[in-house]
Design a binder for this molecule. Structure first.
Ligand SMILES: [Zn+2]
Length: 137
């Protein structure tokens, strides 16, 4: 099982997000003042500064905006991954997320910009919070 770094609490801005991940939900915010999508979660809207933010659950599907393949990483928690894809995924609800694309035989050739992907939650040896990653649909 993977052994990725875990979130450190107390962390008021992202606790609801991580509780969602643990429950199998990809949660994001929208601003009640300017209606923009707010991600990553914060106490104040990143567009207008309002603290009137509402939480929502993403359906967890989106498209690869861009990606890169890491071939060697000696940081504990990543050493055993081999070549893996780091990607920005544009969720259908309008936010962009830095994540991994998993489940391909060869991340160099099997991932493409615009490819449709769906979230899944990778359980971790290192703690109780799974890591949201994406798999091609
Ligand atoms: Zn706003």
């Amino acid at each position: 099982m993977p052994n990725r770094p875990q979130p450190h609490f107390p962390e008021a801005d992202t606790k609801h997000y991580w509780d969602g991940v643990k429950a199998g939900e990809l949660r994001y915010q929208t601003c009640d003042a300017c209606s923009k999508v707010n991600f990553t979660p914060t106490a104040h809207c990143q567009s207008c500064g309002s603290n009137a933010l509402s939480w929502h659950v993403s359906k967890g599907e989106g498209s690869v905006y861009t990606y890169s393949v890491v071939r060697q990483n000696r940081i504990p928690g990543f050493v055993e991954l081999g070549a893996y894809a780091v990607a920005y995924v544009d969720l259908d609800e309008g936010f962009r997320m830095l994540t991994n694309v998993v489940g391909t035989a060869n991340p160099t050739t099997d991932i493409s910009i615009g490819q449709r992907v769906r979230v899944e939650y990778e359980q971790q040896d290192s703690g109780e919070y799974p890591i949201p990653v994406f798999r091609p649909i």
